[in-house]
Design a protein around this ligand. Structure first.
Ligand code: 6PG
Length: 255
């Protein structure tokens, strides 16, 4: 079977005119998955993406069209990665998510799990977050959380969450969450590991912008090189990863 055929088995790609159309589709999907999960398990567990792309989706979820439809009391938010900065920093994913989403929702603060980056030592932040995952999902050692939904973005270098090219985190499979030194940024990041992400029930990528078109084609269609393009190693144990991309980001895709 060709590489392309194998990848088609792992990914569903939907192309939209722009980020607003992506966000509308993603919000409808979020609503549908929340209803299904809460009906089945009494809760909807979601790991949110950082960066800038998902902000429009988060803001849309706080509009009357969605805010009143979703049972926020039973929605639980985590973050798939974080920068090693104060939660008040302009670079903090939590700050962006708190301002664009959480503060505008009737969601109990106890339903939101952020990385405690006020703990200065990044490895300790990761260990603390890993403990909160173990406790929340009631995991035994060696098990990984099964999020109902993980939202991800992709950088133009092919990173996702804070799994960056040629970094140590790419090879960690016995931890749920870790700190990861990114040489090109000369900074530490905090991130879910591949096993945590890939154990989700649903994964949705949101990708927008022409600057990502070449990397998106490589990630979705070209030979696997996970060290160079970490987003290639995102796949569901069951089902297909859903890529919501705009036409600018999709312009180099072959189909
Ligand atoms: C982060 C994100 C990161 C992001 C990509 C895309 O902490 O920055 O988690 O993985 O999703 O870098 O970022 P944009 O959406 O800003 O292009």
């Amino acid at each position: 079977m060709t590489t392309k055929a194998k990848r088609k088995m792992r990914n569903t790609v939907k192309v939209f005119a722009n980020i607003d159309e992506i966000s509308k589709f993603a919000a409808d999907k979020f609503f549908a998955l929340s209803k299904k999960a809460i009906k089945k398990d009494g809760r909807f567990t979601v790991a949110l993406a950082g960066g800038t792309t998902p902000k429009a989706l988060y803001e849309l979820l706080t509009t009357d069209q969605y805010k009143s439809k979703i049972d926020w009391e039973n929605v639980y938010f985590f973050l798939s990665d974080e920068r090693d900065v104060s939660p008040m920093s302009e670079r903090s994913n939590y700050k962006m998510i708190n301002e664009s989403l959480i503060t505008k929702l009737p969601i109990p603060t106890t339903n939101v799990f952020r990385w405690h980056t006020e703990i200065i030592n990044a490895p300790e932040v990761a260990e603390s977050y890993e403990r909160s995952l173990f406790n929340f999902f009631k995991l035994s050692k060696g098990k990984f959380p099964n999020f109902d939904l993980i939202l991800l973005g992709m950088g133009d270098d092919g990173h996702t969450a804070s799994l960056f090219p040629f970094t140590d985190a790419l090879f960690v499979d016995d931890k749920l969450a870790i700190s990861n030194y990114i040489e090109k940024l000369d900074r530490k990041r905090l991130t879910f590991t591949y096993p945590t992400i890939n154990n989700a029930s649903n994964i949705i990528f949101l990708v927008s912008g022409e600057n990502k078109s070449k990397t998106l084609k490589t990630v979705l269609e070209d030979t696997i090189n996970i060290e160079k393009f970490p987003a290639q190693n995102i796949s569901l144990n069951k089902g297909k990863v859903l890529w919501l991309v705009d036409k600018d980001a999709a312009k180099d895709l072959s189909s």
